[in-house]
Design a protein around this ligand. Structure first.
Ligand SMILES: [Zn+2]
Ligand SMILES: [Zn+2]
Length: 383
């Protein structure tokens, strides 16, 4: 209890103290000194490096094991992640894994939105509750993570002071300290906190409504792609948070780039067919609720038609996925036997391609039937 009271006091002092100082000192500094390019540059650089380290390191690599990383990359994200001042990677991951395992449970989710927006945002940190490390034995085997766990505050301080070193070198310590250190810490904190609060309160639920997580495109630029939280809670082990091409997810692009130069491997992806199935299931749920509210004459026959269209689409998606997986397994087997690329292999590949084209055709037809039924149900709402 005494430990919790001490932690609560320290955390509250740090979170409120940095915010209050930033609110006073940033306007004062701007009024008295204006803004130098190097100060803006250090703020942007540190916010980016620390934010990316939390996103791709603390979150996607360590908490969810969505890819594997070589030691230089692990070291880099541990150094800059410590400068977020959001605890050690080990504590962060322990809390986060509990969040996923018990999401929305007020007693077991450390930042449950069911305890209120501000609790999920930062009151849970100020609470200072001392939870045991849980479910992170895999991470404890990594000597780099153990080292960061022991010295995270001092590592974080040494890295966070980089703008001040630049200030010392250029003779403008004060401006670099206010912008590159103080303001950067506050921005890093609240951008992370918004994922626990806003992304569980505002946004859309295209994949699941089993919990409060929501996709919120406005949060993605602040957090290097972490705004698509509904997708993330559905497939937490995916190295992406945004699966669609137009969604902003620099974390995903950077992980792919690291894989390209050999620093990352084993990137885990949800099959496209699973993503489409989940979207269709959610759409079907919404359409069914429109039909449930419609007068009996209008909805006649549409419930059956909707179920049939969904069944056909699910089946087409399932067949396409099975077909792909069977091919991958076969390819591995042929490669293992050293028989890939021979004439038999080429014949088999041509047959597979023809089959694949048939599966795709079936899927297109099922998709058109689904869209037509969807349109009919939506028309009822307007009738
Ligand atoms: Zn969440
Ligand atoms: Zn997560």
């Amino acid at each position: 209890m005494a430990n919790q009271a001490r932690r609560s006091l320290l955390n509250t002092f740090f979170l409120l103290g940095t915010l209050a100082l930033a609110l006073i000192l940033v306007p004062l500094k701007l009024a008295l000194q204006g803004l130098r390019w190097s100060e803006v540059g250090m703020l942007a650089l540190m916010y980016t490096l620390v934010g990316l380290s939390v996103t791709i390191g603390y979150h996607r690599l360590f908490s969810h094991r969505s890819f594997r990383a070589a030691w230089p990359l692990r070291l880099g994200v541990l150094l800059f992640g410590a400068a977020a001042f959001e605890n050690s990677a080990l504590w962060w991951c322990s809390d986060h894994r509990q969040h996923h395992r018990h999401v929305d449970d007020p007693d077991r989710d450390p930042y449950a939105i069911s305890r209120g927006f501000w609790y999920a945002h930062w009151l849970w940190v100020m609470d200072g509750e001392v939870r045991p490390l849980e479910g992170v034995q895999d991470l404890q085997r990594d000597p780099l993570i153990r080292w960061q766990h022991r010295y995270h505050f001092w590592i974080g301080a040494a890295v966070a002071l980089i703008p001040v070193y630049v200030g010392l070198a250029t003779g403008h310590v004060w401006g670099h300290l206010v912008m590159g250190l103080l303001l950067r810490i506050v921005l890093t904190h609240h951008s992370t906190f918004l994922i626990n609060s806003a992304a569980h309160r505002w946004g859309t639920q295209p994949y699941s409504d089993a919990n409060s997580a929501r996709d919120n495109g406005l949060l993605a630029p602040l957090t290097f792609g972490e705004g698509y939280h509904n997708f993330h809670h559905m497939w937490q082990w995916d190295y992406r948070n945004a699966a669609r091409w137009y969604q902003w997810d620099p974390g995903k692009w950077l992980i792919s780039a690291f894989a390209g130069v050999g620093l990352a491997h084993g990137l885990r992806r949800t099959p496209e067919t699973d993503i489409r199935k989940a979207r269709v299931a959610m759409e079907a749920k919404r359409l069914a609720s429109i039909l449930a509210g419609a007068s009996p004459g209008l909805a006649d026959g549409l419930v059956d038609r909707l179920n049939r269209a969904k069944g056909r689409l699910d089946q087409a998606l399932g067949t396409l996925q099975d077909h792909r997986e069977a091919w991958v397994a076969r390819k591995v087997e042929w490669k293992r036997r050293g028989e890939a690329k021979g004439p038999d292999w080429r014949r088999l590949r041509e047959a597979w391609k023809a089959d694949q084209a048939r599966c795709r055709r079936d899927l297109r037809e099922a998709w058109s039937a689904w869209k037509a039924t969807r349109m009919q149900v939506r028309d009822i709402r307007c009738a």
